[in-house]
Write a protein that binds this ligand. Structure first.
Ligand SMILES: NC(=O)c1ccc[n+]([C@@H]2O[C@H](COP(=O)([O-])OP(=O)(O)OC[C@H]3O[C@@H](n4cnc5c(N)ncnc54)[C@H](O)[C@@H]3O)[C@@H](O)[C@H]2O)c1
Length: 304
């Protein structure tokens, strides 16, 4: 019995890179996979049928998959990809939101339409597929399934968790995905749906846009049992496990998967608290207290 036998998964942006790795891994463990990808450039321009190549790789390995060429940032396309899972394979069990683009620039050079495009694909695209999957699972719960066992695995990144120079749009979208993940974990808990965010790594088309990174890999460029630190599929075993029945107790978490490490991240926590003892603070005297008792240096929040 495979880890994901009888499961039906939708992986967005699975025509290349990390998403292709997830789709191959889920299929390897028995899931039937809807391989979504709009295609096009790393900036989200153009369109092609990149999903076909991933489907062919899955079928060659003996798995079952179907291509979907929809745009995750289009609410109707997102509905259609969830529906494709139901029409082709009977239901949806696992949703992996991975599709992404980058249009990097420092904020004074960033064009507002580029900001909108990045937010639309990552944040709205993740919200839209989650919405349609939630409607599907809630429908099943209402018709009597006590625990629908749904799984959502969203994709965040180091930029969203700690900021990154030149990536204000991408970082805002990826941080937004964390808030979305935590909220959906609360909203969907009762019907047995888990929601987590994974922060992957790998030398893909996206990371290859950064200076000095070299040529992008595809997961199938590396032999199945070989390890390479930049393999885009290094996080795929974690995603497959989160998708399985074994991970029913794991929800609302942010987990990074960097090279050979899996890192459970800790969210915002209170660091220091000062109280005005039942009075309203006075702005003119507040500075001396905050400087002495809270902020030791000029900018303690900054990483650099
Ligand atoms: N590569 C890394 O180190 C890294 C690190 C952290 C997070 N991520 C995230 O991992 C995810 C995958 O990125 P990647 O590095 O594999 O890059 P990639 O370019 O190889 O893959 C992204 C895929 O998403 C598809 N896509 C883009 N817009 C789409 C849309 N509107 N609808 C459907 N598909 C669309 C692209 O066609 C592409 O196949 C992204 O969300 C990215 O932000 C990557």
């Amino acid at each position: 019995m495979g880890l994901l036998d009888d499961k039906v998964a939708l992986v967005t942006g699975a025509g290349h890179g990390i998403g292709r790795g997830h789709a191959l891994e889920l299929a390897k463990h028995g899931a039937k996979v809807v391989v979504n990808d709009l295609g096009g450039s790393v900036r989200g321009e153009g369109q092609d049928q990149a999903a076909d190549e991933t489907v062919a790789l899955i079928e060659k390995a003996g798995g079952t998959a179907v291509a979907d060429y929809g745009d995750v940032s289009d609410h109707a396309d997102a509905a259609a990809m969830v529906q494709r899972a139901v029409t082709e394979f009977g239901q949806l069990d696992v949703l992996v939101n991975n599709a992404g683009i980058v249009r990097d620039a420092v904020i004074w050079n960033m064009v507002d339409t580029d900001f909108d495009a990045v937010i639309r694909v990552h944040l709205k695209g993740t919200w839209s597929t989650c919405h349609h999957a939630a409607v599907h699972w809630r429908g099943r719960a209402k018709s009597g399934e006590a625990d629908v066992g749904g799984r959502i695995i969203n994709t965040t990144s180091g930029a969203g968790l700690g900021g990154n120079f030149g990536q204000s749009s991408y970082a805002a979208a990826k941080a937004g995905i964390v808030g979305l993940t935590q909220t959906l974990a609360l909203e969907l808990h009762k019907i047995g749906v888990t929601v987590n965010a994974v922060g992957p790594s790998g030398l893909t088309r996206i990371t290859a846009t950064m200076p000095g990174m070299g040529e992008a890999f595809e997961p199938n460029d590396i032999a199945e049992d070989d390890y390479h630190p930049m393999d885009p599929s290094n996080s795929s075993p974690l995603v497959a496990w989160l998708a399985s029945d074994q991970a029913a107790h794991v929800t609302g978490h942010v987990i990074r998967s960097i090279e050979d490490r899996i890192i459970w991240m800790q969210g915002w926590k209170e660091r220091r608290v000062v109280s005005a003892n039942g009075k309203r603070w006075d702005a003119a005297s507040l500075g001396s207290i905050l400087s002495q008792e809270v902020f030791e240096t000029r900018a303690p929040g900054m990483r650099f």
